[in-house]
Design a protein around this ligand. Structure first.
Ligand SMILES: [Mg+2]
Length: 181
C-alpha cells in the first residue's frame, strides 16, 4: 500500500503572519486564504502536520505555555474540520544548541511517515526559510518555498534554486499550483 499524502507545514510566515518570536495570542493572524486552502487539502485526503522551530523558548524570550496559547488561538481561528492538524511539533532549541528535531532535521517528518503510514512521494514540506526546505529534502520529500514570511536573503534565494525548490507567493498559491486544489 502506498500510504497517505501529507503536508508538513511551517507555522510562522506560512500559516500565520510572522511577528518574529510570536508569543502572544492576540498576535495570531492567519495569512489570507490559508484556512480555505487547508480545508481543501483535508477534503483531498492530505494529512496535515506542523513543524516549527521556536528558539524563542530556548532563548528565554517566551515560555512553553505562551507558545501553546498561540497554537490554541491559531487552531481556534482556523477552525478546521476533522481530522484537522494531526500533530504539531516544536523544537525549542537555539540554533547553536544540539537538537533532535530542530529543522533542518528530518527526524519529525520521518517519524510521522512511519507512524501515520504516509507516502513520501506525495509529501511536501512548505515554509519560508532554508531550514524548512532542507528539512523536507533531508527527509526525502519535496519542499516548497513561500514568500509570505520574512523577505528572502539573496543567499536563501540562491540555495532554493540550487536545491530545485520552487517558490510561491504563499501557501494558498502552493496548494492551487502544485496540488491543483
Ligand atoms: Mg517560518
Amino acid at each position: 500500500m502506498p500510504g497517505f499524502p501529507a503536508l508538513f507545514l511551517d507555522r510562522d510566515g506560512n500559516l500565520i503572519e510572522d511577528h518574529h518570536h510570536t508569543c502572544r495570542p492576540e498576535q495570531i493572524q492567519p495569512i489570507a486564504g490559508v484556512r480555505e486552502a487547508l480545508v481543501a487539502c483535508l477534503a483531498a485526503g492530505y494529512r496535515l502536520f506542523i513543524l516549527t522551530n521556536q528558539s524563542g523558548i530556548g532563548r528565554g524570550i517566551f515560555t512553553w505555555d505562551q507558545y501553546r496559547a498561540c497554537n490554541a488561538r491559531m487552531l481556534e481561528l482556523l477552525a478546521l474540520p476533522a481530522p484537522g492538524i494531526l500533530e504539531i511539533k516544536a523544537a525549542p532549541e537555539r540554533p547553536d544548541e544540539p537538537s533532535e528535531y530542530r529543522k533542518p532535521s528530518p527526524k519529525f517528518i520521518l517519524e510521522m511517515v512511519a507512524r501515520h503510514d504516509l507516502d513520501q512521494a506525495r509529501c511536501w514540506m512548505i515554509g519560508d526559510r532554508v531550514t524548512d526546505w532542507d528539512a523536507g529534502l533531508n527527509a526525502g520529500i519535496r519542499s516548497c518555498a513561500v514568500r509570505s514570511g520574512a523577505p528572502f536573503t539573496p543567499e536563501a534565494e540562491a540555495q532554493a534554486v540550487a536545491r530545485g525548490v520552487r517558490f510561491h507567493r504563499d501557501f494558498p498559491t502552493f496548494v492551487r499550483v502544485e496540488l491543483g486544489l
